[in-house]
Design a protein around this ligand. Structure first.
Ligand code: PRX
Length: 634
């Protein structure tokens, strides 16, 4: 792609073109891809109805642009490097040619199982090559992939499978994570007891552990691939045909299936990958995320492959077999761009520096951060010890809903300030809203972060519930997309994201809605009610604090705490476990019965002497009780 921004003047010129002539700007970028039919219009939208289309009428297949397009000059270049969980197992290098072969075969396997364009396929796999191949094969035949992070529990899995009526689940016998082996097939079997929509389960083999097979339903991937042809012509897709669904937490118990479509997502992820990571041909790029999250979709697979890049997928965890693993991999493959989350940086920064200094890390040119605000200490450690003071840090702000990065420095072009995501990328118009819902016009200010004009990869809807999409993102500030984040802007127009302003808490970079956790806890027969809030945590960024009201007396509080976390693990997954649990005899409520989380948040943060006016509460007496309880239990 010829759209790389090299100087601040170019950034400014691109930014103003994208703002003043967005259609011209984006069509120039889109023209660099292969379309079997050109679009009729670049962008149509209605921010009030939450309706967007980009390049509509155009036809393309994203995998032709990710793979086939590169076969002319990059057939033997590595597209993906698979680095296994154990450093003793060899890495696998998959060239563009080999990827094409594998994806075509897999596409034929899917077709053979009766999967057609528009069908939904759930993918519940560890970070193994089959995951990338499955995602791309779905896209190639026009099936809508729904990747579900392989750390989710069986209930979370079945809820997501049913929400999108998936016909097929692709999984593996098990998965390796550090020194653990996870029984993925067992979790799928459990989940599918409640999923009548699923006809087949395609099973990859990774751990070679014993699994249960239901012959009428389960198919070994190895057997299916052995019979499949490697010839497949990609299905032409309309630019607005859905490409994938990816679930994110919301303020009700039901996860939101964010729908991304083909053309706009393709154009935007390719453009932002190229610019944010300053990717040059031949570079080795590594994003440590899991493909189960949007970061993995956009910046392990689609963005890099659209640029003909070499992208690493890592099966393991940062601390296995020791906290030097990331840096070992950087040196092993001579990684040029490295992209990770603040929670990983904080965890590694706590370990002895000898785990870092053992490696030279000389290949690194750009290092990135994503998923939550990066605190100054972590930023400085990362800059000094990993970037050796010379690599720009790209603190990238974006969301599952945005499809791609919206606010980020451009390496060696825009200035950097620790903890600031800095400036919007071309095509992005952020604004801050004050408490009255009006745009803050002064440069310096603090408010709720909204975006004024659509960009190509904005989510199009919530699967099966457009009203909820409209309500969640477009109703608080009519005419704007509301991000759910708070932010401040300095006098140079740079943004610093301060955190969520809704009922979502980011724990170790994972978005967790409070409602689904509360719903899980409230299922316990001894529990009347609960409220979850976040509190600052040294490594996780935030941790969860549960205030729990019981129906009667409890004999063994410790046992009950254990039972609560077990329930949460079973309903959602271990990532949602509570760090602290306090039993209370009531929760502070407004006169209309709403739980006053603001008060609980302050108590959880250890700031209970500064609760403000509580006299308007329905039950102010309960606050004193909770304050005392929190001092005793912590
Ligand atoms: O609160 C913001 C935070 O992560 C949220 C989006 O989470 P998710 O949809 O899981 O996507 C994460 C990966 C893109 C945002 O609303 N967030 C993401 N990046 C940053 C961030 N907060 C501060 N700084 C960031 N760089």
């Amino acid at each position: 792609m010829k759209t790389k921004i090299n100087t601040i003047q170019e950034y400014e010129a691109n930014f103003s073109k994208a703002k003043n002539q967005p259609e011209l700007f984006w069509q120039d970028i889109a023209s660099q891809f292969e379309w079997s039919k050109k679009w009729d219009s670049v962008c149509e939208f209605n921010m009030y109805e939450a309706e967007f289309s980009w390049f509509s009428g155009g036809k393309t297949n994203i995998t032709e642009n990710c793979i086939d397009r590169h076969l002319k000059d990059k057939a033997n270049q590595t597209a993906l490097i698979f680095e296994p969980n154990s450093p003793n197992e060899s890495a696998i290098h998959i060239t563009y040619k080999e990827l094409h072969h594998r994806v075509c075969k897999m596409a034929n396997v899917l077709l053979g199982l009766g999967i057609k364009k528009g069908d939904r396929v759930a993918i519940y796999l560890p970070m193994i090559p089959e995951l990338s191949v499955s995602v791309l094969a779905c896209a190639r035949i026009g099936a809508i992939h729904s990747v579900i992070f392989a750390g989710f529990s069986s209930s979370a899995l079945s809820a997501r499978i049913n929400d999108a009526s998936c016909k097929l689940v692709i999984t593996s016998d098990g998965g390796f994570r550090g020194n653990k082996t996870i029984d993925l097939k067992g979790i799928v079997d459990q989940a599918l007891k409640d999923c009548p929509c699923v006809n087949n389960v395609l099973v990859a083999e990774r751990t070679n552990t014993e699994i249960n097979i239901i012959p009428s339903r389960d198919v070994f991937l190895r057997d299916a691939l052995a019979k499949a042809s490697d010839l497949h012509l990609a299905q032409p897709m309309d630019s607005e045909d859905p490409l994938f669904i990816l679930y994110t937490s919301g303020s009700t118990g039901k996860p939101k299936g964010m729908v991304h479509t083909t053309g706009g997502y393709m154009v935007y992820t390719a453009y932002t990958f190229k610019n944010v990571f300053a990717y040059e041909p031949g570079d080795i790029y590594w994003c440590t995320a899991d493909i189960g999250w949007i970061t993995g979709h956009s910046y392990i697979l689609y963005g890099p492959l659209l640029n003909g890049a070499t992208s690493i997928m890592f099966e393991g965890i940062p601390t296995y077999p020791n906290p030097g693993r990331f840096w070992d991999i950087v040196d092993k493959f001579k990684v040029n761009q490295f992209y990770t989350a603040p929670t990983a940086i904080r965890a590694l920064a706590k370990e002895s520096l000898s785990h870092v200094t053992k490696y030279n890390l000389k290949s690194l040119k750009v290092i990135g951060s994503v998923g939550e605000p990066i605190n100054e200490e972590a930023w400085t450690w990362y800059h000094k010890n990993i970037g050796k003071g010379k690599c720009p840090i790209v603190d990238t702000w974006w969301q599952t809903e945005t499809g791609g990065i919206l606010i980020s420095p451009i390496p060696n072009v825009s200035p950097q300030i620790p903890t600031y995501a800095t400036t919007p990328l071309p095509g992005i118009q952020p604004v801050l809203m004050d408490d009255y819902g009006t745009e803050i016009k002064e440069l310096k200010g603090e408010g709720r972060l909204c975006i004024k004009y659509p960009w190509p990869s904005i989510a199009r809807t919530i699967w099966g519930n457009h009203e909820r999409y409209k309500e969640t993102y477009f109703s608080a500030y009519p005419g704007y997309y509301f991000t759910g984040d708070g932010a401040l802007r300095n006098t140079n127009g740079m943004y610093r994201i301060t955190g969520r302003v809704d009922d979502v808490i980011i724990v170790s970079g994972h978005n967790l809605g409070t409602a689904p956790i509360e719903d899980a806890i409230n299922e316990h027969s001894e529990i009347a009610e609960s409220a979850i809030v976040g509190f600052p945590h040294e490594i996780k960024g935030n941790a969860l604090y549960g205030f729990v009201t019981l129906k009667g007396n409890v004999e063994s509080p410790e046992k009950l705490k254990e039972a609560i976390n077990k329930l949460i693990s079973a309903k959602i997954g271990p990532i949602a476990k509570l760090d602290k649990i306090q039993f209370t005899n009531g929760l502070p409520k407004t006169r209309s019965g709403k739980i006053m989380r603001r008060i609980l948040r302050k108590i959880a943060e250890g700031n209970s002497d500064n609760l403000g006016d509580i006299s308007t509460l329905l039950n102010p007496e309960v606050v004193e009780h909770i304050k005392n309880g929190s001092k005793q239990s912590n």
